[in-house]
Write a protein that binds this ligand. Sequence first.
Ligand code: ATP
Length: 346
Amino acid sequence: MEGFAVELDGVSKSYSNFEAVRDIKLKIRRGEFFSILGPSGSGKTTILRLIAGLLYPDKGSIRLMGEDVTFVPAYKRNVGMVFQDLALFPHLNVFENVAYGLKVRKTPEEEIKRKVKECLEIVNLDPEKFGKRKINQLSGGQQQRVAIARALAIEPSVLLLDEPLGSLDLKLRQHMMSELKRIQKTVKTTLVYVTHDQSEALIMSDRIAVINQGSLEQIGTPAEIYENPATKFVAEFIGEMNFIPAEVYNGGLISEIGYIKVSNLNGAKRVLVAIRPEKIKIGCRNLDNVYNAVVEEVAYVGGFLSVKARINDFCLKCLTSSDLRVEENQKVELGWRADDAIIFEA
Ligand code: ATP
């Protein structure tokens, strides 16, 4: 269906006199896997609670499926929510947990049975085997599935997930990531996913909103955010980045490592040249910028070498194929294409 599932227009929210969220404008498309990514305390949960109706904004408006819900209470919004601690009912079994929202909505018994079965199957839990189990008789990953099934049971127009994988170990987290993506494709619900983990957001999302100190820094696809970070914060928060302070000189830049050729300067006098470790080529001369460097550190990271190299007194992180022979204290030439650097005002 065309249109937006969630629209926030100029939304701000303060706790006492601390502004946790400031002038947020975002539009989440129907059926989209949309992540809200930012460091701890940046306001992600506050945004999610505003969408859910568990908080009301001080300024701005919120629309769900095209309807203004700014001051509509949570129980009248058709949203499902999965919290970090899951908030499952320990005294109820799996079936009763998933049926909960339907009971509250006074859904007929037969339909509840059918719906619960369907939702447990969507999350890959056998209703026969797990239906009567108590929550404490389930593994962490199974509890996660119950929480998602419970949120799906009410057929929400938007499913909100607040760091739902935080408590799982790495392997299970990776498995649940692909499961979540599969589930979202099956039910075609709009999914808003809050996380501080950039790799989760990059892997799963159609688009990501990066939040810093209550403000929106950038909205884009994972590739856009990684390749073209709009701010220094986004460049630093997503992936690894080298930052070289430089000053404009003769249409190029002078810095501690020497002259740097760049493809576009935005008029600033002092800048930061940002270059990803994988864009720096070692032992390659046919580049716009080439420097003599000394290798300081080499670490093997599964198929790649993470290399720290020093140009004068300035250290750069490089990522290169492990086929390359480099050793500590080796003199190398390294460089990059002018187009591969991103320039920020210092
Ligand atoms: P985390 O990743 O740690 O969960 P977050 O990005 O979700 O963080 P929020 O929970 O939205 O951040 O909090 C944003 C800011 O608002 C934080 O500085 C937090 O301390 C503050 N805050 C949150 N809830 C309250 C509250 N009820 N009263 C006062 N301050 C609050």
